[in-house]
Structures are given as C-alpha cells and as structure tokens.
Design a binder for this molecule. Structure first.
Ligand SMILES: NC(=O)c1ccc[n+]([C@@H]2O[C@H](COP(=O)([O-])OP(=O)(O)OC[C@H]3O[C@@H](n4cnc5c(N)ncnc54)[C@H](OP(=O)(O)O)[C@@H]3O)[C@@H](O)[C@H]2O)c1
Length: 233
C-alpha cells in the first residue's frame, strides 16, 4: 500500500463543524447523537422531510440537531454521512443533489444488503464493484470514505470492550478526507483505525458486514480488531 502501516493515528481534534446525515434510521440517529455529543451541529435528512419520520425521536429536541430533507442535509453539511438503505444509496445521492456534495468529505456507512433470500443477507453487488464505489461514481466530486459499515451502530461511539480495542476500517481515494475521518473516529473513541486503501477496498469491507451479521450475538456487541507488532519474531 506504499505506507509503513495501515494503522492511522489522530493528528488533531476535529473543530466543531456542521454534519449533514442522509438517513434517519438507527445509523443516522446514532451518528447524529454522536456528532452532537462532540459539539458538532447536525442536520438529519429523510426523504419525506422532517416532521413525521423523526416525530418519535427525542434527538431533535436538543439544540444541535435539526431535521430536514436529504437535499437540506447535503447542502448544509460541511461533512456529509450516507446512512440509508444500502441499495438505495445512489437514489439518495440523486435526491440530495450530487453537486451539493462536491469537495465534501462524504462518509459512506452503508452496506448493499440483499435480504430477499432471508437472513443472513447476501450483498447485492460485490467482487468487481461495491456500494462505496457506486456512491463515489454517483457523486464524482465528493471525497467518499467508507467507514462505520463493519460494526453495529451501538458501538459507533465510545466502543469499550474488556478484551481489547476494536478496529475501525476505512477506505477512500482522498488521503486528506481519510485524515478528517480518522480524527473524528478518535473523538468517537476509536483509537485503532485501519486505512484499507482506495475506495475499491469497499469490496473488502462490505463483506465484513455479512461476517459481522453471521457472527451476530444477541447483544450485538462484537467487533473486529486488527493486531500488529507481535511481541516477538
Ligand atoms: N443498523 C446497523 O447497526 C448498521 C451498522 C453499520 C452499517 N449499517 C448500514 O447503514 C445503513 C443504514 O442502516 P439503518 O439500519 O439505519 O437503516 P435502513 O433501514 O437500512 O435505512 C433507513 C434509511 O434509508 C432511507 N431509504 C430507504 N429506502 C430508500 C430509497 N428507496 N431511497 C432513498 N432512501 C431510502 C430511509 O429514508 P426515510 O428516512 O425517508 O425513510 C431511511 O432514512 C444501511 O446501509 C446499513 O446496511 C447499519
């Protein structure tokens, strides 16, 4: 990969920013709470607009989270998160307007799961393509970083385990965008982060979600860890 290590270190704390989240499911809500808890403003987007989809959710009652459409979340966010049904990610980008994402860091947390054959799901596409690459093609000027897709949402923020540190895996073409995401991850409590290379490495990360689901324990509190630097040898 042309680097000494895939393990990346935090360089700085992420200054308070405005984050647009496309998606108001468990993932969108959990990340909205996480960003808000770290001092960022959040606009969480739904297809239909604010009112009904988030009516039962207390998150928007606080000062830092507001609700809007996908286009409002994409337009107002300085960093944007893609947190929709994986097979609908390109459609969500279309609704948001790809031009609103130009030059922005776009964190793609989706997995293109196909549940038509029951559980555990298959991937709708893989091997020679991935959701991450399709998102990057749908928003060619965005700086897409695949991240958060290899772990359950309950662990997105402050992942604490008695048995060690889990690793967050990421992939994307833009090095500076990955740096921003690593800084954000450290603020979220992820001290082990692994850069898996360009966005085509989403082909490797999306199947990890299927493995995570295959191993699913009822608590949903398991995660992958990448170990390096053995003590001897
Ligand atoms: N659940 C987890 O713990 C977890 C962890 C890591 C990654 N992921 C991935 O993160 C993504 C979000 O997961 P989730 O569990 O929060 O919710 P989800 O049910 O997979 O997705 C919900 C969101 O997708 C949007 N959506 C659904 N159909 C759409 C369409 N045809 N066009 C545009 N948008 C559409 C919904 O819009 P409305 O708001 O308008 O209804 C909603 O905001 C998925 O790709 C999932 O695989 C999930």
């Amino acid at each position: 990969m042309g680097k000494e290590s895939v393990i990346m270190a935090q360089q700085r704390r992420l200054a308070p920013t405005r984050v647009g989240i496309l998606g108001s499911g468990e993932v969108g809500r959990r990340l909205a709470e996480g960003f808000s808890s770290r001092g960022h403003e959040v606009v969480i987007g739904t297809r239909a607009g604010a009112a009904d989809r988030l009516a039962d959710w207390p998150g928007t009652a606080g000062p830092r989270i507001t609700a809007g459409t996908f286009a409002e979340a994409a337009g107002r966010g300085q960093i944007v998160v893609l947190a929709v049904l994986g097979t609908a990610a390109e459609s969500a980008i279309d609704l948001a307007g790809p031009e609103a994402l130009a030059e922005k860091v776009v964190i793609d947390a989706t997995n293109p799961l196909d549940l038509s054959g029951g559980f555990p799901p298959k991937l709708a596409w893989g091997h020679t393509d991935s959701g991450g690459e399709r998102a990057q093609r749908a928003a060619p000027q965005a700086r897409v970083v695949k991240c958060f897709n290899t772990v359950g949402n309950a662990l997105f923020v402050d992942p604490n385990f008695r048995t060690g540190q889990p690793t967050m895996f990421l992939a994307g073409n833009d090095e500076s965008a990955k740096r921003v995401v690593v800084d954000l991850l450290y603020d979220f409590g992820w001290t082990s982060t692994a850069d898996c290379g360009g966005i085509e490495s989403a082909r490797l990360l999306e199947p990890l979600c299927v493995l995570w689901l295959h191993l699913l324990d009822p608590s949903r509190k398991h995660a992958f860890s990448l170990l390096s630097e053995p003590v001897s040898g």
